[in-house]
Ligand binder design. Structure first.
Ligand code: NI
Length: 393
């Protein structure tokens, strides 16, 4: 029986499992129930299960007829602090928490792949490691899982992950060669002036006026200091300051995100910000404090593994359903940490369906995906594993 048929046979169970997770979403590092459901679903398949790994994480090993090579597949399990506004029977039952990024789908797909591959273990020319990680949306579960040995014992040769994409129609897959996603660093900027009466600016240092110049200057850092062929995004996401309409603010606090694709560009940004913002503030008699917290690194797919994933997806879906993306996204993903250590590929699985009104972007309160994507995801992932174990890259 071919993989697509096998996956289709699981459809009802996959939908049921996914809807259960969707009804009971859990925030990062709190995926206690989800993690238990995953382990229950893997029971009886003959996998060696390690838990807890990084709190709620699960690593399940399927040994084939030879111990190596080893392919790892990864799914994230966490939901988001968003109120579900969908009118469907499987809507979230947890107020203010929702699977608005499809991680319930990713988790379900990995369980489905485990089911199928466990049924053919005698023919598997290697082993498969299933990694279910917490907290992709932050603070990040990939790195703690790696630190707790998720990629060792046995060592992983290749790793593959996927993300449902609402922009891509269900039935399609998109692969990107090389740099596919951005590094995401967070910053906090405090501007300190001197408070005073709104009618006497000369006796104060207006932290709001200084902040306005800082925000504008930050964008010239992007447009005037960095090579234009190296994408950089600096977004000021929050700004807080001031007390009253006729009071000059003594202090403003801003938070933002810095996105970069290139490691050396990334490394240089904090110092550039400090010099530029420090200079602006000094010129205006104010002071700044800047903290930059490094987040997820750029996501870089291995070209050969990406090519292998593309070939496998084409076997399942046909060449016209597999796109090669010509540009990266400035979004970030902590799968990047796995890819820093092991060659692999993170690809996009179509989840959108305009006819069914499934059009909302990720993190939207009405986000959903077409559940046919579960079948497609299971079939493609299973094929990827068989091809990597059988042929390598
Ligand atoms: Ni996500």
């Amino acid at each position: 029986m071919d993989l697509r048929e096998q996956a289709r046979k699981l459809r009802q169970e996959l939908v049921q499992f996914r809807r259960d997770l969707h009804r009971h979403p859990e925030l990062g590092m709190q995926e206690v129930r989800t993690s238990r459901k995953v382990r229950e679903a893997l029971q009886g398949l003959g996998l060696e299960i390690r838990h807890p790994v990084a709190n709620t994480g699960v690593v399940a090993l399927l040994r084939g007829r030879s111990p190596s090579p080893v392919v790892a597949l990864r799914a994230d399990m966490d939901a988001l602090p968003i109120q579900d506004r969908k009118e469907v029977p499987y809507a979230s039952q947890v107020p203010g928490v929702m699977h608005a990024c499809g991680h319930d789908g990713h988790t379900t797909i990995l369980v489905g792949v485990a089911r199928i591959l466990a049924g053919m273990r005698d023919r598997l020319p290697g082993s498969v490691k299933f990694i279910f990680q917490p907290a992709e949306e932050g603070p990040g579960g990939a790195l703690p899982m790696i630190e707790e040995g998720a990629l060792r014992d046995p060592d992983v040769d290749w790793i593959v992950g996927l993300h449902l994409s609402p922009e891509l129609p269900v039935g399609k897959v998109a692969v990107r060669y090389g740099v596919a996603g951005a590094a995401a660093d967070a910053f906090r900027l405090v501007v300190t002036g001197a408070g005073g009466h709104g009618a006497a600016p000369h006796r104060a240092v207006d932290a709001i006026a200084v902040s306005a110049q800082c925000i504008a200057a930050l964008q010239t850092l992007v447009s005037r200091e960095v090579n234009p062929t190296d994408p950089v995004v600096i977004t000021v996401g929050t700004i807080h300051g001031g007390y009253r309409h006729n009071v000059i603010a003594d202090r403003v606090v801003m938070e933002g995100t810095i996105r970069t694709l290139d490691r050396s560009v990334r490394d240089g940004i904090p110092e550039r910000m400090r010099r530029l913002l420090g200079g602006v503030a000094e010129a205006m008699r104010a002071r700044i404090e800047l903290e930059v917290e490094r987040g997820y690194p750029p996501l870089v797919n291995d070209e050969r593994v990406a090519a292998a994933v593309r070939r496998s997806a084409e076997k399942i879906l046909g060449p016209d359903k597999v796109e090669v993306l010509d540009r990266p996204t400035m979004g970030a993903e902590d799968f990047a940490y796995f890819l820093e250590r092991v060659p692999g590929c993170f690809f996009r699985l179509g989840g959108g369906n305009e006819e069914k009104g499934i059009i909302h972007p990720g993190h939207h309160p009405e986000y959903d995906f077409d559940e046919e994507a579960l079948v497609v995801g299971v079939a493609v992932m299973s094929q990827v594993v068989l091809d990597l174990l059988g042929e390598g890259v």
